[in-house]
Design a protein around this ligand. Structure first.
Ligand code: AR6
Length: 184
């Protein structure tokens, strides 16, 4: 089966969709924040922060590009995977590599927990100001490469909150589909 058919780009609120794992665009303190991080903690309730605090006690937070996993609390999911995206700083301080690592490490933890479905927000494209077009290319190509080597997760959803990200990701996915199909 084509890897592309395991990826879906949709518009919506990531806290509302039932999946095995919801990815959170967190910060290195893991103590919550604004944007999608705030929305996930609000909707999921205090159980998520409680587990984040245990992780902080154990390993002192989470580095850029890495990921940790907690309960999803009241969210319609089994887990929240918290990953820390890079803050955009012109592009010469490993932002691109770190963003790819967010997707790779989140998928790796999802596989370790036997997740069949996972949803991603557009990591770093809000408060962290990563250029949306570049983030779209990196996120789609990183997920495609991962899925080519792994049967899990079976489905990856990109849940776009804003119309610009939705369009950029859809067109990125469409380009890959076309380049894989010589008859298109
Ligand atoms: N569902 C899906 N996507 C959302 C939602 C939602 N409910 N809410 C916002 N987005 P941001 P960052 C989109 O700023 O850039 C936090 O304070 C939003 O439109 O949430 O990685 C953390 O604690 C954007 O496209 O995350 C960090 O300090 C995308 O999610 C910092 O922000 C990411 O925007 C992380 O910044």
């Amino acid at each position: 089966m084509q890897v592309i058919s395991r990826i879906k780009v949709i518009r919506g609120d990531i806290t509302e969709l039932p999946v095995d794992a919801i990815v959170n665009a967190a910060n290195s303190t893991l103590l919550g924040g604004g944007g999608v991080d705030g929305a996930i903690h609000r909707a999921g309730g205090p159980a998520i922060l409680e587990e984040c605090r245990k992780i902080i006690a154990r390993q002192g937070g989470c580095k850029t590009g890495e990921a940790v996993i907690t309960t999803a609390g009241r969210l319609p999911a089994k887990f929240v995977i918290h990953t820390v995206g890079p803050i955009w700083n012109g592009g010469n301080t490993l932002e691109k590599e770190n963003l790819a690592n967010c997707y790779k490490n989140s998928l790796k933890i999802a596989v370790e927990h036997r997740c069949t479905t996972i949803s991603f927000p557009n990591i770093s494209t809000g408060i962290y100001r990563f250029p949306k077009d570049l983030a779209a290319k990196i996120s789609i190509s990183t997920v495609v490469s991962f899925l080519e080597k792994s049967t899990l997760p079976d489905k990856v959803l990109f849940v776009c909150f804003d119309p610009e990200n939705f369009q950029l990701l859809q067109s990125e996915l469409g380009d890959i589909e076309t380049s894989n199909n010589p008859l298109a």
